[in-house]
Design a protein around this ligand. Sequence first.
Ligand SMILES: NC(=O)c1ccc[n+]([C@@H]2O[C@H](COP(=O)([O-])OP(=O)(O)OC[C@H]3O[C@@H](n4cnc5c(N)ncnc54)[C@H](OP(=O)(O)O)[C@@H]3O)[C@@H](O)[C@H]2O)c1
Length: 248
Amino acid sequence: MILVTGGTGTVGKPLVENLSKRGLQVRVLTRNPKRANDIAGDLTTGNGLATALVGVTTIVHCASDTKRFGKTDVEQARNLLTAAKSAGVDHFIYISIVGIEKIPMPYYRIKLEVEKLVEDSGIPFTILRATQFHDLVGTMLLEPQRKLPFVIAPGAQIQPIEVTEVADRLAELAVQAPQGRVADIGGPTVTTLKDMAKTYVEIQGKKKPVLGLRVPGKLGKALRAGGLTCPEQAVGTGTFAEWARARN
Ligand SMILES: NC(=O)c1ccc[n+]([C@@H]2O[C@H](COP(=O)([O-])OP(=O)(O)OC[C@H]3O[C@@H](n4cnc5c(N)ncnc54)[C@H](OP(=O)(O)O)[C@@H]3O)[C@@H](O)[C@H]2O)c1
């Protein structure tokens, strides 16, 4: 039995579908259970975790307090790892982000802290770092600006990936033995947020200017230098243009 935390989220949903298609038994931990394989639990309070983990051999931890930039992520990971240890779980898989040690952002410091908790937990683990999903760039940066007469794009190199490809890699790891930190996974090309914005505007059939925004300080420098990318691991095939066309 595989427990997926965050199985209702952007990467968790396709992961659950993928695991089910492989004929594996999957349980989804969620605060709002709705479907047959959902089980109620809250990682921040720890409520429901012991029950959710009965019979579980592998956890894929995809939950994150993303709406509050990871505010409770460390607490969530601590609660889950403690419960997993008591339940005798023998493989803990964590989805992390490429370049978190290079980009000085609070959410990334939290991700590093969670990685360390996983590594020090004593539970055999696998950590996979992925680049940004097309959805994140599309829904957080570009779609909110849809009605503006221009698009603002912060200066950053980026290598976005199709989320179903990340889900597929996680599913593959879930049926293998624990491997520690595995090779990063990135999308097919390194581009810039500005070029992505231009592609998005073009696909929408609009003619509006894309304005670059220079991000100041160490953060800006790290983003421009490609800290978020892993060009040597460009294993994804789905492009941002395909994603944008499908949503237009
Ligand atoms: N988005 C990206 O571009 C990207 C790239 C690389 C790695 N990642 C990593 O991938 C992971 C998933 O990201 P995502 O974008 O798929 O997240 P998301 O769509 O925002 O989903 C967050 C999930 O976390 C669950 N959750 C939050 N708080 C919880 C709590 N207290 N108890 C139980 N479940 C809780 C939610 O479940 P319920 O609401 O159903 O309870 C939801 O399924 C994160 O660790 C993120 O850092 C993301």
